[in-house]
Design a protein. Sequence first.
Length: 152
Amino acid sequence: MEFITKSKDETIALAKRLGHFLKAGDFLALKGDLAGGKTTFTKGLGLALDIHEVINSPTFNILKIYHGKIDLYHIDAYRLENNDYDLGFEDLMDEGLTVCEWPEYFLAYLPENYLTVEFTYLDENTRRLTFKAKGKHYEEILKEFKDADAMS
Ligand SMILES: Nc1ncnc2c1ncn2[C@@H]1O[C@H](COP(=O)(O)OP(=O)(O)OP(=O)(O)O)[C@@H](O)[C@H]1O
Ligand SMILES: [Mg+2]
C-alpha cells in the first residue's frame, strides 16, 4: 500500500487516519530516509490518540511516553546503533502504541509482528510512504484502513 504526500500536513493527516485503527499493544516501525517524515507521521498518530502535548524528535531521549486515549511510546533508535541497549520497557508495550523510528537499530526488541511504514524522500515537499504488514493482525488493520479510505 503506497501513498504520496505533498506536504507535512498531508503526512500528518494520513497518520491521523491510520491512527484510528491502532490499539494498545500495536507496534509501528517507521523506516527510511533522514527527514523522510517519521517524526512528522508520529505527530499525526498523536492526534488520533488525543495527545495534546507536542511530539518532537526523541533523539536525545531514545524513548518518550505521551499520555492520551492510548499511551504512545515513541522510540528513536538512531543512537542504539549497536543494538545492545536495554530500555527496560518491554513490559509496558502491551499498554500503549509503540512507534519506533530506525527499527533497524532496534532488532533485538522488535516483536514478531508489526506494521512498517517506509518513507522515501522524493523532493523537498514530497514523500512516498509504503505500508507493509507483518502478520495477520496488521494485515487486517491495513485492510480496514484501506476499506475506510475507499469510502471517504
Ligand atoms: N510530505 C512531507 N511529509 C513529511 N514531512 C515533510 C513533507 N514535506 C516536507 N516535509 C518536511 O520534512 C521534514 C521531516 O522531518 P521529520 O523529523 O519528520 O523526519 P524524520 O524521518 O523523523 O527524520 P530523522 O530520520 O532525522 O528522524 C520536516 O521538516 C517537514 O516539515
Ligand atoms: Mg525523526
